[in-house]
Ligand binder design. Structure first.
Ligand code: DC
Length: 229
C-alpha cells in the first residue's frame, strides 16, 4: 500500500462529471473530497437568502462584509459527502435552478474567491485530497502533483445535468439546462479573476463518449503513475 499523499486537482467545464470522478477517486484512495463548486454555491445560496435588496438586486457589500461568518464544510452522511453552511445541511438547496442562475455572478466577486480559496487551501494543507472546480490546478493548488482537466460537448453535459436534476426532483427543462450551461461556460471563461483555463501541466480527458467507469480507470492510471514518482 502506497502511503504517499498527494493533491489531485480536477478542473473542467460544468457537468463533465468532475464530482462523480472526484467521489470515486477519493473513495478509492481514502482521500478527502473538496467540492469547491459546492462552496461557491453555498455562498450564492446565502446571498440569495440573506443579502437581497430586491427581487433582482443583491447587496454585494453585505455579502463581502459577512463572508468571514460563513462556515462551509463537508460531512459524510450515509457515505455521501454533503455540504453544510453554518452547521445546516444545504446540499439540496445549493443545487436548485435559482442558485445555478446566480452562482457565476457571485463566483466572479474577487473577495468571495479569495475567501474560498483560502478555506480550500486550509482543507488541503495535509494533502490526501481530491479537489474539484475551475481554478484548482491554476490558483488553489498550483503545485498539485496530479492535475486533470475534463471536457465534453455542451449537449452531453446538459443531458447529464438534466438527468441529475430530475433525480433530485428539481423541476426544470432540458433547454433551460443547456442555455444555463452555455452561459455559465462563457462567464467562467471570461471572468477577470481566476477564469476557467487548463493548467499547462494538466492532463486533458475528453469524456464525451466515455462511461463513468472508463473515466475512473483512465484517471486512476494517471494518479497511480503520479504516486510512483
Ligand atoms: O462545479 P459546479 O457546477 O458545482 O460549480 C458551480 C459554479 O461555481 C460554476 O458555475 C463556477 C463556480 N466555480 C468557480 O468559479 N470556481 C471553482 N473552483 C468552482 C466552481
Amino acid at each position: 500500500m502506497n502511503t504517499k499523499k498527494i493533491i489531485i486537482a480536477i478542473d473542467g467545464y460544468a457537468s463533465t462529471g468532475k464530482s462523480t470522478l472526484a467521489k470515486s477517486l477519493s473513495a478509492h484512495y481514502g482521500y478527502f473530497h473538496i467540492d469547491t463548486g459546492a462552496m461557491y454555491r453555498a455562498v450564492t445560496f446565502y446571498a440569495l437568502e440573506c443579502c437581497r435588496i430586491s427581487n433582482r438586486l443583491l447587496d454585494y457589500q453585505k455579502l463581502i462584509k459577512n463572508l468571514e461568518s460563513l462556515r462551509i464544510d463537508f460531512k459524510l452522511i450515509d457515505s455521501q459527502s454533503r455540504c453544510f453552511l453554518n452547521d445546516k445541511d444545504v446540499d439540496r438547496e445549493i443545487r436548485t435552478m435559482s442558485v445555478l442562475q446566480s452562482v457565476s455572478e457571485i463566483s466572479a466577486i474577487k473577495e468571495v474567491r479569495s475567501y474560498l480559496v483560502n478555506q480550500q487551501r486550509i482543507l488541503g494543507k495535509n494533502k490526501g485530497v481530491v479537489a474539484e472546480g475551475r481554478d484548482i490546478g491554476t490558483v488553489v493548488f498550483p503545485n498539485a502533483e496530479c492535475k486533470l482537466f475534463l471536457t465534453a460537448t455542451p449537449q452531453v453535459r446538459a443531458k447529464r445535468r438534466y438527468k441529475e436534476m430530475k433525480q433530485l426532483q428539481v423541476s426544470t427543462q432540458y433547454r433551460s439546462v443547456l442555455y444555463n450551461l452555455n452561459k455559465r461556460d462563457k462567464l467562467d471563461k471570461s471572468r477577470q479573476h481566476s477564469p476557467l483555463v487548463k493548467a499547462k501541466d494538466a492532463i486533458e480527458l475528453n469524456v464525451s463518449s466515455k462511461s463513468v467507469n472508463q473515466v475512473f480507470n483512465c484517471a486512476k492510471k494517471i494518479v497511480d503513475l503520479k504516486l510512483k514518482l
